[in-house]
Ligand binder design. Structure first.
Ligand code: PEP
Ligand code: MG
Length: 756
């Protein structure tokens, strides 16, 4: 065929435009379509197979025997047509019968035809049918003809969707076992959950494929490109504050593609062929996907994701649908799918319907993980290709403990999942029975188990778990969930409610730790550009400089704790003078309130977090000034190892059970003990039984952990002999291995320590 791809597709689309617009029944339209395509590309046969009840049925043909229509049926995966639907790949063969998957159907009378080409008809990333052409002469179809067929297949998907011909079960829901799949990833927040897949950034289903006015479509694409470039530029600026979940590296690639002339040109060509802006973007994307599938290079595959994201963004821009799934609202039990998320983005979701999260990236101590843990939402991270393997609305079973997500599960998978879930609930119930028993080691040592909290609802965990108190209340969560800076009254109300609910159990409020990946949209302007926000202007550094923020919080805390003991802890203290200044600020507010006759706490206890290694060198200076110390192992680890806590590439590189961390903690705990200052660990590390055991073994006897870990930790504590454990750690740390994980696990197994 001597025409360009755009021209040949255009010729067909011009004729299809009238067919689509006519008020004739769908079957009549399909009959016309096969005629038009057959004529346009000079092919003796043109056939449309559509999926009905999970089977591909010949719906219309030009050239094959009429009697075969609605008679010839092929399973997905059967014959050439079934193979195309299963693999969603094009077949272009000069000798059809030579292909290993060829099956002959005598009723069609197709034995005269040698060449065969077929393309999948795709809807919502599922094959819903196949468009095929056949020819007597053994010839391969030219690329432009295949292109034209693919463009037409897009239009057909619209036609059959509008005519209600889409098989509701869809190719993917067919009962064959091949449809279910198991994706693996990293355990970020343990748990099991079932729900339907929802994309954080919803995908657009192209509703109109054939353009009424090509020029108008071209302008829509230009405008969308401009808008998208603006967004990317803004996101790049924002990334440094970690508002969204995107990494700078990803944004760099976005930027490269967003300004890529070639991409825009290809979309323009697709518009020239008669497609709408949306269909043109989708068409180019399909073509790229197909090309990339043939290249086996992980680096390129990553870039492919970036282009997919951007293409999706462009689609949403052109369709004017930029909201996230949270803004659209969840309608049923949901497993959220995203490349990555910021903590504030996650908090926007309805907690009653959000059952689980699957991330393509993510790491154990990123704040989105911590927030999800606080919300009790299981998270599976670092699941490669999740956005390719899962379609919107797919049923998903999440078993984070196994590091697995089951997509479109088979009945057997569902059964096994339910049985396991039941077992898990029984175990949970067993832990719940430990609620009122104290965490005391076999040799009589009482360990304090407290919970981490940040949202009002978290406080209920105190009663549910029987924890000793709240060892870390992350006050910045209230700031993260608000669209605007929470005023003092709102802060005070939250703190008072938390204290009232906690009753006589201690609550340690940490003053706001914002910055890093906990940036606030409304504080942008003040933060300025930062290359390295985790080590930048965050936490106490912001609070001491912008002291209006800290003053308001100090007053809110002091008034909320009237008549009680207030425990205040400062984050990211790097040098003792920072603690002094923060405490002085609080004390000035206390005096100010007192001068005005306000009711005040009976006592204020001040503590510091040890997250910056430098502080360990000045413990002799700091310890006499503080009433308690809490080691934040999330930040401490990232600074000790110089390894970004949110970087997925480093997520598994350094072990919490590395000698460096344990020796460091042992030394700090020893000095604090000698100075008579209680020391706790409040990082995520403490919530894992084996890690918690190691911490107790290096002298930590207070842990503040995620509520779900209280039961398992009580069981661990009650089954271990502390003196033996300390001796074990001393021994293992004297001549350490790369990690103490294996040694400690073996020791625990030998002694029957419960590590569930
Ligand atoms: C920590 O760094 O360990 C910690 C508890 O604080 P956050 O995770 O909120 O930074
Ligand atoms: Mg921290």
């Amino acid at each position: 065929m001597p025409l360009s791809a755009a021209a040949s597709a255009r010729e067909i689309l011009v004729r299809l435009h009238d067919v689509m617009a006519a008020r004739t029944p769908a079957q009549a339209k399909l009959n016309q379509v096969v005629q038009i395509i057959g004529e346009a590309i000079g092919s003796e046969v043109c056939s449309i197979y559509l999926l009905r009840e999970g089977v591909l049925e010949l719906f219309a043909t030009r050239g094959l025997a009429e009697e075969a229509v609605h008679v010839t049926r092929l399973a997905v995966g059967e014959g050439l047509v079934g193979t195309i639907a299963r693999d969603m790949e094009v077949l272009n063969l000069d000798e059809a019968a030579a292909h290993p998957d060829f099956v002959y159907r005598p009723e069609t009378g197709e034995d005269r035809f040698h060449s065969f080409a077929g393309v999948p008809i795709v809807r919502r990333e599922r094959a819903v049918g196949v468009l095929a052409v056949q020819h007597v002469d053994p010839r391969r179809y030219a690329d432009v003809e295949i292109e034209a067929l693919q463009t037409v297949a897009m239009v057909l998907s619209e036609l059959i969707a509008n005519a209600g011909l889409i098989d509701k079960r869809g190719a993917a829901d067919r009962p064959q076992p091949t449809t279910a799949s198991r994706l693996t990833g990293q355990k970020l927040v343990d748990g099991m959950a079932a729900g339907y897949a929802v994309f954080h950034q919803p995908r657009i289903v192209v509703e109109q494929t054939v353009a009424d006015d090509t020029e108008a479509e071209r302008h829509r694409v230009y405008a969308a490109f401009d808008k998208m470039r603006e967004q990317i530029d803004r996101m790049t600026r924002e990334a440094e504050f970690g508002v969204g979940g995107e990494h700078e590296e990803v944004l760099e690639t976005y930027k490269m593609f967003a300004y890529d002339e070639g991409w825009q040109r290809r979309i323009n060509e697709a518009i020239d062929s008669g497609l709408t802006a949306e269909a043109a973007i989708e068409r180019v994307q399909q073509r790229t996907r197909q090309r990339m599938r043939q290249i086996d290079d992980p680096l390129l595959a990553d870039r492919m994701h970036d282009l997919e994201d951007l293409s999706n963004r462009l689609l949403r821009t052109v369709a004017g649908q930029l909201g996230t799934a949270a803004q659209l609202g969840l309608r049923q039990d949901t497993i959220l799918i995203a490349r990555n998320l910021g903590p504030a983005e996650l908090l926007e979701y309805d907690r009653r319907r959000l059952k689980g999260v699957v991330l393509e990236e993510g790491s154990l101590t990123a704040h989105v993980t911590i927030v999800a843990r606080a919300m009790g939402v299981p998270v599976l991270g670092r699941v490669r290709d999740v956005r390719r393997e899962v379609a919107d609305g797919d049923l998903l079973l999440l078993d984070v403990g196994e590091g697995a997500a089951f997509v479109r599960p088979s009945a057997a998978m569902e059964e096994a999942f339910e049985a396991k879930q039941k077992l898990r609930q029984q175990r949970k119930a067993a832990f719940a029975r430990l609620r009122d028993v104290p965490p005391v080691t076999l040799d009589g040592h009482r360990v304090m188990l407290m919970v981490n909290a940040g949202l009002r609802d978290d406080v209920a965990a105190l009663d549910a778990t029987g924890a000793d108190g709240i060892g870390l209340f992350r006050t910045e969560f209230q700031f993260l969930v608000s669209a605007t800076l929470p005023q003092r009254e709102r802060q005070q109300r939250l703190y008072r409610e938390v204290l009232e609910q906690a009753g006589d159990r201690p609550v340690t409020f940490r003053t706001v730790d914002i910055g890093g990946d906990k940036a606030l949209p409304y504080l942008h302007v003040e933060a300025g550009d930062e290359e390295n926000p985790a080590m930048g202007w965050r936490a106490l550094r912001v609070a001491l400089e912008r002291d209006g923020l800290m003053k308001a919080q100090a007053r809110a805390l002091l008034e909320a704790a009237a008549g009680r003991t207030l425990r205040v802890m400062f984050p990211m203290v790097s040098e003792p003078w920072e603690f002094d200044e923060a405490k002085a600020l609080f004390e000035r507010q206390r005096a100010w309130l007192s001068d005005r006759g306000r009711r005040l706490p009976v006592e204020v206890q001040y503590g510091a977090m040890l997250e910056v290694p430098a502080l360990a060198e000045q413990l002799d200076v700091l310890l006499p000034r503080i009433q308690f110390l809490s080691i934040g192992t999330n930040d401490l680890t990232q600074f000790l190892f110089a390894a970004d806590r949110a970087n997925p590439k480093l997520a598994e590189r350094y072990d919490w059970l590395s000698p460096s961390i344990l020796r460091f903690v042992r030394r700090v705990a020893g000095e604090a003990r000698a100075a008579g200052v209680p020391v706790a660990v409040c990082g995520e590390m403490g919530g894992r039984p084996l890690e918690a055991m190691a911490l107790i073994g290096v002298g930590v006897d207070r842990l503040s952990i995620t509520p779900a870990a209280v039961g398992p930790l009580k069981a661990m504590v009650r089954s271990v002999d502390r003196a033996e454990l300390v001796a074990c750690l001393d021994r293992l740390l004297a001549v350490p291995e790369r990690s103490l994980r294996a040694g400690l696990s073996a020791w625990a197994a030998e002694r029957g320590v419960e590590l569930n």
